[in-house]
Write a protein that binds this ligand. Structure first.
Ligand code: C2E
Ligand code: CA
Ligand code: CA
Ligand code: CA
Length: 284
């Protein structure tokens, strides 16, 4: 093929160029959203499968635009590439700590906050978290940071001593760490006990259990059972994500999974809705 000079990208990789344009537009929108306070945080209960009570809530970022709410999966990658996830993540963390203080005081509930690998690489990460706790009055014991396995690896895919060190420091203040999306990454079960991990969140891909007898469902059951067994023996509470049906809940309870989260119990809701939900004392 003939070289097309500066048009080469559009000739050979039309998709790439569109993607770049979209990225620039998203980044611009994110900057404006930060200035105009267009980010909000919804909360989804994590339920004790034995008692039905709310054990914790997960803070989930929402970007409100005149066209509607943009789901985080659509903009988090751009936010990470541009570094904007740092101020956005701090915003979510602070919002969550301020909201969670009353839930913790009244009901003993903890709040889970998602943390990107980009945030964990910042030397001021520990100070940012401790400031959010001090300013909000939320005790460290009521904060759980959700981190994916890959966030604990550095760019060379080695265990990131720095990230691990930050998490150990925060644990000294009572903050807990949850491994998010467990089962989708390397899932090096063997090293779980060597990392600063307090909670394991099993990815929804495994917990969408059905009574099907096909190989795929049997494999999901076996895998979920194996993870739950491991968590139990390491004394790590497990949360099954994306529980949507009563059948799934029953399977999980039979496998002695202590905690669940999903549309069956509640969708993510604004803080005011959660206030009413908790005051009603229900999970339904
Ligand atoms: P995640 O941390 O795995 O969060 C769980 C996602 O599953 C949420 O999607 C939640 O709304 C959804 N979900 C909950 N229950 C069910 C269910 O029963 N069925 C199904 N199909 N989905 C369910 P959401 O809110 O769209 O967030 C998507 C991802 O965006 C999150 O996945 C997380 O990786 C990321 N994210 C969200 N908020 C933040 C944040 O504040 N900071 C960072 N760094 N990432 C965030
Ligand atoms: Ca999460
Ligand atoms: Ca997850
Ligand atoms: Ca995820």
């Amino acid at each position: 093929a003939k070289a097309a000079g500066k048009n080469q990208i559009s000739v050979f990789h039309p998709g790439l160029r569109v993607e770049r344009l979209d990225q620039a537009r998203i980044a611009e929108g994110l900057r404006r959203a930060l200035e105009q306070d267009a980010f909000s945080v919804d909360y989804q209960p994590v339920v004790n499968l034995e008692t039905g009570g709310v054990h914790a809530v997960e803070a989930l970022l929402r970007w409100r635009t005149p066209e509607g709410v943009v789901p985080p999966d659509a903009f988090i990658p751009t936010a990470e590439e541009t570094g904007l996830i740092v101020p956005i993540g701090t915003h979510v963390l602070r919002r969550a700590c301020f909201d969670a203080r009353r839930w913790h005081e009244r009901y003993g509930i903890a709040v889970n906050v998602n943390v990107s690998a980009v945030q964990l690489r910042r030397p001021d990460f520990v100070a940012t978290v401790l400031d959010a706790l001090a300013d909000s009055g939320l005790p460290g014991e009521a904060l759980i940071l959700e981190i994916t396995e890959t966030a604990l690896l550095d760019t060379g895919m080695q265990r990131s001593d720095q990230a691990v060190e930050y998490l150990f420091q925060l644990r000294g203040h009572g903050v807990r760490v949850a491994i998010d999306d467990f089962g989708t990454g390397y899932s090096s079960l063997a090293y779980l006990h060597r990392l600063p991990v307090d909670v394991v969140k099993i990815d929804g891909a495994f917990t969408t259990l059905t009574s099907g007898t096909d190989a795929a469902s049997r494999q999901r059951h076996a895998f979920t059972r194996a993870i739950l067994g491991l968590c139990e023996s390491l004394d790590l509470p497990a949360v099954a994500e994306k529980v949507e049906t009563a059948e799934q809940e029953e399977f999980l309870r039979d496998m002695r999974c202590p905690l669940g989260q999903g549309y069956l119990f509640s969708k993510p809701v604004p803080a005011a809705t959660l206030d009413r939900f908790l005051a009603g004392g229900g999970t339904g």
